[in-house]
Structures are given as structure tokens and as C-alpha cells.
Write a protein that binds this ligand. Structure first.
Ligand code: F0G
Length: 456
């Protein structure tokens, strides 16, 4: 696979890195197993001190990244490691555990553009990754560093996608994996991925927040490497979503990037990437990064509205968008920083709004999971508030694939999702329930005629 050698970047050295505490700024070369700052206990981020003395050359980076698209080496074929100059350095290219993650499409959304009144509307579909969610971009980096550190076991708490991704990358890298998920609160598709890739999968009688709390205690007592997004290597990998997006847009910044918010790792990673791109001269203008949450899992919305972003307001989370059913988001401070630094907004959307937006994206021929659809629902609100203007360019980050949660889609189309009378009239035209018929030509032709009439 890696018979040909990868492309090196003239004048650009891969990044030496250090850990920096986001609260007290303490710098260290090593992280403890819980990835918390030793002096103050807050979260760590990865920083590249060498960039101060010798900034990587922006044009050199752009052309190296473009040239690597022609290479057949495993690290160049990865849409994450292709950007490795701005990631923690590999000792050698063969070290990367990769499934050719990244390389995800940027789609135009003409139908949703008409609905929202924003003609330049795009979707960056991270559900087109190897395990069908955005988690793979972070996992390839963090799993690689877990193996380098000599760990045999990796572990995570998850609402499903992290566990699916971790299990796959651990299996590829020859490590064992331990998954903690809330019993009955993750989709079967995601659970089946973890099982298929050999994870030891524990369904705990608690919610995601309970699983994460337990994991954080576990890593202090057992030699397991934690792969939640508290792990700053995960966020470094997830930054590449933004690098790839800007490359796809010809390095012209969109006005807005809109992401779903759960544990708030992804918004933190994208925010970090945008600031790094600006500081390194890769882009001249910062897009605004906005975060959308489900009304029933709106910890960041409340943290900003009730505490002006100074202290976390936790909630008892409930939403059918189970991927973001999180009430005590670990990376809230990083996300607040990303919103403030880019001037983005934070909004919440209802269950009906999520279901409607998911069906509208589906009607474009693009399948996403419910958590991803909060972005379109949120955009509608931001347009109404005047925060997003019709002439602006907007990118929605779709975080997971439609097939991640087929129950949601089937319940929606069958009309089993909401209690009678509670749903908006806007939902009916979007529903396409399966039709049971006698196996006769007549019956099928009649159905076709009825469907044609209903459309016109
Ligand atoms: N969208 C999907 C499809 C997700 O799976 C998640 C998080 C998010 C959005 C929110 O991203 O946590 O970075 O703010 N899923 C995690 C998991 C928590 O365990 O799979 P976030």
C-alpha cells in the first residue's frame, strides 16, 4: 500500500508540539492519562511553539497539499494526514493508522437554499468517512498516538459514533477497545459497528454523561488510553475538516460554518483550525462558526444565555437526535472560545424542526443523521434573526450518515414519531411512508397515478 514514498514539503517541517492548558496556560511535553492539566485540572490543547519562530509558509503548504493528491502513499491518500504539516508529527509515515478518512464531499444544496433564502448554501458531508461519521478524522490521529505511546487498550464513552470509529481504528492498529455506551440510547447501527470491529461493548444503565464520568475514573486506574474528544489529539485530526473545506472553496472563506453541538469537541476543533489558518496566512478572513443544539440538550445555549459563557449550565439531556443527547459537555470552554473568537452564534432547535430539516436534506438526495440536520434547522432561525444574510455563503457540517439511525427515518415517514396533533403541518408533505399492496400491476399503477396527482 505504501510502496511509493509520500511527498515531503520543501521548507516546511512537520510540527513538534506541546500540551497547553486552556485555563492556566501551563505548558508540558507529556499529558496524564485523563488529559487534564496537572496544576489546575482543566483541559489541554496541542500547541506548536516552533510556529512562532518559523511560521510554515502558507503558499508552500497549499501547493504541497495539492501535490499530495497525486501520490499513492497511504498518508497522502488520507484526507487527514495529507495536512500533516499542521498536525502532531509522525515519526515515520508508516506509523499512521489510516482508513483513508477525510476526502469528504462538499455538496451544493439548491433545494434547501430555496427553503432558507440563502442561495450559496453548501454541505460538508463528514458522514462520507470510512465509519460514516466525522469521528474518523480525529480518531486516525488519536489512535496513532495511542499506539505510539504503547497502549494495548483504548476506551471511550459514546453516544455511538465515537465508539464505532474507535473500534474500527483500534482493530486496524492491532489494539483492543472498550466501549461505554448508555443502554438503549444509541442506535443499533452504531452499536453494530462497535461489535463488528471487536470492541468490548458495555451498555451502562446511565446516560452519556454518566458513561464519560466513569471513563474518566477508569483511565486513572487502568492502563487504557482514552479516546474521547477530551483527548487533544482527536481535535487536531478533526481540524482537517476545516482545512479540506477551505481548500475545496479555493481558500475563499465562507461567511458562516454551522455545526451541531454535543460534547463540543468538533466545534472546538473547527474553531482552532480557523484561527490557525488565519494566523498562518492560509485565509485572510475568519468565517463565523455557529453551534446548534437540540432544545432538549441545550447546555451550551443556556451557558451562554444564563451565565454569559462563564460557567457551564448542565442539563438532563433528552432528544431523539441521540448523537447529541449530552447534558454536560466536556469541551464547553473551548467551544465558547471558538464562538467568541469567530463571532458565531449558538441556537437551539425543536424535535419537529430537526425532523423537518432532516427530511428536507434527504429530499436533496443527501442522507444525514438527525444530529446533523440541526444545522439546517438552526440556519433557518439565524436567517430569521438577521444573523445570516441572503447574500452570504454558508456551509453546514453534516456529521453523520443517514444509515446511522434508520429507526428515526422510518418512524418519521411512517408518522410514528410525534403524538398526533403535536406536529407541524409542514411535515406531512415531506413524509413518504412505505405502501403495502397486493402484488398486482393494477395496484402499482394506481399508486403511481395517485402519487403523480399528489405532487401536481
Ligand atoms: N453529530 C454527530 C453525528 C455526533 O455523533 C456527535 C457526537 C455530534 C454531532 C456532536 O459533536 O460532541 O463534537 O459536539 N457524538 C459523540 C459520540 C459524542 O460519542 O459519538 P461534538
Amino acid at each position: 500500500m505504501s510502496s511509493s514514498s509520500s511527498t515531503s514539503t520543501p521548507g516546511v517541517r512537520q510540527a513538534d508540539f506541546r500540551f497547553r492548558c486552556i485555563a492556566c496556560g501551563d505548558l508540558s511535553d507529556k499529558a496524564t492519562q485523563d488529559f487534564r492539566c496537572v496544576p489546575c485540572g482543566d483541559l489541554l490543547e496541542i500547541t506548536y511553539p516552533r510556529w512562532r519562530e518559523s511560521k510554515p509558509d502558507a503558499e508552500g503548504l497549499k501547493s504541497a497539499w495539492r501535490n499530495r493528491r497525486l501520490s499513492q502513499s497511504a498518508v497522502d491518500l488520507s484526507g487527514v494526514w495529507r495536512f500533516r504539516d499542521l498536525l502532531p508529527a509522525l515519526e515515520d509515515d508508516g506509523e499512521a493508522i489510516t482508513l483513508r478518512e477525510g476526502n469528504t464531499p462538499l455538496y451544493e444544496l439548491p433545494r434547501c437554499a430555496r427553503i432558507t433564502g440563502v442561495p450559496r448554501l453548501f454541505a460538508k458531508h463528514q458522514g462520507m468517512n470510512p465509519t460514516s461519521s466525522f469521528k474518523d478524522a480525529g480518531m486516525t490521529v488519536a489512535a496513532t498516538f495511542a499506539r505510539r505511546a504503547g497502549f494495548r487498550w483504548v476506551a471511550c464513552a459514546s453516544t455511538g459514533n465515537t465508539s464505532a470509529s474507535m473500534a474500527a481504528y483500534a482493530a486496524r492498529g492491532g489494539m483492543r477497545s472498550l466501549v461505554l455506551v448508555p443502554e438503549g440510547k444509541i442506535s443499533w447501527s452504531k452499536l453494530s459497528q462497535a461489535l463488528d470491529h471487536g470492541a468490548v461493548t458495555c451498555q451502562l444503565r446511565t446516560d452519556f454523561d454518566g458513561c464519560l464520568q466513569l471513563l474518566q475514573q477508569l483511565v486513572l486506574q487502568a492502563p487504557v488510553y482514552q479516546l474521547n474528544s477530551i483527548n487533544p489529539f482527536r481535535l487536531e485530526g478533526q481540524k482537517t475538516l476545516a482545512f479540506e473545506l477551505l481548500e475545496q472553496l479555493g481558500w475563499h472563506s465562507p461567511d458562516h460554518i454551522i455545526v451541531p453541538g454535543g460534547n463540543l469537541g468538533n466545534s472546538s476543533a473547527i474553531g482552532k483550525a480557523l484561527l490557525e489558518m488565519r494566523d498562518l496566512g492560509l485565509i485572510s478572513r475568519l468565517p463565523r462558526l455557529s453551534v446548534i443544539q437540540a432544545e432538549g440538550a441545550n447546555a451550551l445555549v443556556r451557558t451562554l444565555r444564563e451565565a454569559q459563557g462563564t460557567k457551564l449550565v448542565t442539563v438532563a439531556a433528552e432528544t431523539r437526535a441521540t448523537a447529541i443527547r449530552i447534558g454536560n459537555p466536556a469541551s464547553w470552554k473551548k467551544a465558547v472560545h471558538a464562538l467568541e473568537a469567530t463571532g458565531g452564534a449558538c441556537e437551539q432547535v425543536s424535535e419537529v424542526e430537526i425532523a423537518q430539516a432532516k427530511a428536507e436534506i434527504g429530499a436533496e438526495g443527501i442522507g444525514c443523521e438527525p444530529a446533523s440536520a440541526v444545522t439546517l434547522a438552526g440556519l433557518k432561525k439565524l436567517v430569521k434573526q438577521g444573523f445570516v444574510k441572503a447574500e452570504e455563503t454558508v456551509v453546514l457540517v453534516l456529521t453523520g450518515n443517514l444509515l446511522k439511525d434508520p429507526d428515526f427515518t422510518i418512524d418519521f415517514h411512517r408518522g410514528d414519531m410525534f403524538k398526533a396533533g403535536t406536529e407541524s403541518a409542514a411535515l406531512s408533505p415531506l413524509r413518504h411512508p412505505p405502501i403495502v399492496l397486493d402484488a398486482t400491476l393494477d395496484a402499482v399503477i394506481r399508486t403511481l397515478e395517485q402519487a403523480e396527482k399528489a405532487r401536481s
